[in-house]
Design a protein around this ligand. Structure first.
Ligand SMILES: *Cc1c(COP(=O)(O)O)cnc(C)c1O
Length: 378
């Protein structure tokens, strides 16, 4: 937490106005300022700060008109809040297979779009990996899909020079502790669509005080929507916004640090026959806040032993091939409420997939040491 964030938090605590609409005469407020800065950072016309990334995703679905029972296409490889947001609408996640580069399988996307008749693709850039975005958008066009991007792991990243989250109609970000800026819990929704933005603001619980927003549409846009949009409270407060603003300003520098850590891991593990790094399209500017590799030839028992041996040497790896969901690590098979079909390609990729965080408290020398330990245990 930068010192500027601690200072900003103390100022909010001292004046005590924590609710985003509680403003002194002439005051803009931390939340509205953060929204303005987040819109500028991403290049979006509109930005809304909310309570979590998952809340942002559910709100985006609602704002785009998702109804109970609707099929919503999404990645089979993602985090639990993504299918959870879809299920919270009473809608049905339709999972799409995963490639060896941990991105959406576009052939399967076309098949599933055709078979399901879905009108929304909730595209999750899980662990910062992105599919060929031009190809995704061409398919979206062909099948009439509105794309909502889940950018929880790509805040600060881009594809072919386009900021992550700017291909789809809307995009959501998380400011939860394990993401790229940290307010404990928090999130954002961005869009260029004035009606979607106005609906999202009303949904987030604006109490008709939408003129106190930093990057929301003009008053007229709200008029036809204000009495037909329910309040589903999920506002951000000034304390969180105050600690996020200095972190957002620092993000480009942090992305460079993450990239160096990620590069140190790749350098240490690049030439091991049975350990496969995840190939990256040169168009992708990643945020290397986590590191994945695959052991496609290892049997499950071997991987479990390998994970235990690394743990004994202080290297904590997460494995997506385990039977039970543990902590943050789960697979589509663990989301039984969505009645997922068997996805053999995703199963094959997950069976050998290992994952670790690269917190900024690590140095590149730490990463080189961790890579040596993994290399010797593999
Ligand atoms: C963290 C995360 C989210 C949103 O998470 P919240 O905990 O609700 O902020 C969404 N998608 C992915 C892939 C995530 O990792």
């Amino acid at each position: 937490m930068p010192e500027a964030a601690v200072e900003a938090a103390l100022q909010v605590l001292r004046h005590g106005r924590l609710h985003r609409y509680n403003l002194a005469e002439g005051e803009t407020g931390e939340v509205a300022l953060l929204e303005r800065e987040f819109a500028d950072f991403t290049g979006a016309r509109f930005a809304l700060a909310v309570t979590s990334g998952g809340y942002g995703l559910a709100t985006a679905l609602r704002a785009h008109g998702t109804q109970p029972g609707d099929p919503v296409l999404t990645n089979a490889f993602t985090l639990a809040p993504v299918p959870g947001a879809i299920a919270s609408m009473g809608a049905k996640p339709v999972f799409v297979e995963t490639t060896e580069t941990l991105t959406l399988d576009l052939d399967h996307l076309a098949e599933q779009a055709e078979a399901s008749g879905a009108s929304i693709l909730m595209l999750s850039h899980m662990r910062g990996h992105q599919p060929d975005m031009e190809a995704v958008m061409a398919l979206a066009e062909k099948y009439g899909l509105t794309v909502i991007e889940d950018c929880a792991h790509t805040m600060g990243g881009s594809w072919d020079g386009v900021t992550s989250g700017r291909h789809g109609a809307s995009a959501c970000f998380s400011a939860q502790t394990y993401k790229h800026i940290n307010s404990g819990e928090g999130g954002f929704l961005i869009t260029d669509d004035p009606e979607v933005a106005a609906r999202a603001v009303l949904l987030s619980g604006s109490y008709m005080l939408y003129d106190r927003h930093g990057a929301a549409p003009d008053r007229e846009v709200f008029e036809p929507l204000r009495d037909v949009t329910p309040n589903v409270s999920g506002r951000m407060d000034h304390l969180r916004a105050a600690i996020l603003r200095p972190q957002l300003a620092d993000l480009p520098a942090q992305v460079a640090r993450w990239d160096a850590l990620h590069a140190a891991m790749e350098e240490g593990l690049g030439n091991l026959g049975r350990l496969k790094l995840i190939a990256r399209d040169p168009k992708l500017v990643r945020v290397g806040s986590s590191f994945q590799f695959r052991l496609p030839e290892h049997a499950p028992g071997e991987i479990a032993e390998f994970v235990a041996r690394c743990a004994a040497r202080g290297v904590e790896l997460k494995w997506f091939g385990a039977d039970r969901a543990a902590g943050f690590t789960s697979t589509y098979r663990n989301w039984a409420y969505a009645e997922p079909p068997v996805l053999p390609q995703t199963d094959r990729v997950m069976a050998g997939l290992l994952d670790m965080r690269l917190p900024l408290t690590f140095s590149t020398a730490d990463c080189a040491l961790i890579a040596r330990i993994i290399a010797s245990e593999v």
